[in-house]
Design a protein around this ligand. Structure first.
Ligand SMILES: O=C(O)COP(=O)(O)O
Ligand SMILES: [Mg+2]
Length: 227
């Protein structure tokens, strides 16, 4: 039963909306090449995605045993990433149809990602996902990024929705931790970048195979849009 409050769906980007791993790994390996190191295997760099670009660059440098300034290396990574951003990245099956159904039902959508704004904004535009996402909180929009609760709380404030009346859809332990700290229910996609133990081990409230499952899940749990 609806109490007339507006409802929102907060969505993660990498591994949830878009399969960005190939673009990210290419950019990381071009950074290593420019800095004079050999490339790292795809699965290894993919495992560094989810805790923001500074963490990904730091772990890539450590693994390649490169002693260079991480801030300078990050600038190199971001230059290469901007050049390939969205080239190989694919929107996961069901995302567009699921988001479209949610918006038609009256849900408001915010993208809450640890990807910096300068990379997330063009990716949402290139993929057309900005059609449905009315708010973007990037990894550098605020002082804190996920797993801190503030990006989720800030998105809720911008959409005028209480955290308990929002839902986060994500793919990683960082998403679950941020959601728990913010008091936002969380659904985990089975197809994302969950890490070695898989999505079942993350402890989300629900596991979904596709965004197309969201309208029914939200209705069942009474996270309904305003009447
Ligand atoms: O940039 C990252 O590390 C991952 O970003 P995400 O929060 O969209 O998964
Ligand atoms: Mg993610």
């Amino acid at each position: 039963m609806s109490d007339g409050l507006p409802r929102a769906v907060l969505v993660d980007l990498d591994g949830t909306l878009v399969d960005t791993a190939e673009d990210i790994v290419v950019a990381a390996n071009r950074m290593l090449d420019e800095l004079g190191a050999f490339p790292l295997p795809f699965a290894m760099v993919k495992g560094f995605i989810g805790k923001g670009v500074p963490n990904l660059v730091r772990r890539t440098l450590e693994t390649a045993q490169l002693a260079v300034d991480p801030v300078e290396a990050q600038a190199v990574f971001e230059r290469h990433y901007l050049a390939v951003n969205g080239r190989m990245g694919q929107v996961f099956a069901g995302v567009e149809a699921g988001l479209d159904a949610l918006v038609r039902l009256g849900y408001r959508i915010a993208c809450v990602t640890n990807k910096p704004e300068a990379l997330a904004t063009p990716l949402l535009a290139l993929t057309g996902l900005d059609t449905w996402c009315e708010v973007l909180i990037g990894g550098d929009t605020l002082v804190q990024m996920k797993p801190h609760p503030e990006p989720l709380l800030h998105a809720c404030r911008l959409l005028g929705v209480s955290p308990a009346h929002a839902l986060l859809v994500g793919d990683s332990a960082v998403d679950v931790a941020a959601a728990r700290a913010a008091g936002v229910p969380v659904a985990i996609v089975r197809y994302g970048y969950a890490g070695p133990d898989g999505p079942d081990a993350l402890g989300g409230d629900w596991l979904i195979d596709s965004f197309e499952a969201l309208p029914a899940l939200l209705a069942e749990h009474r996270l309904q849009p305003a009447a």
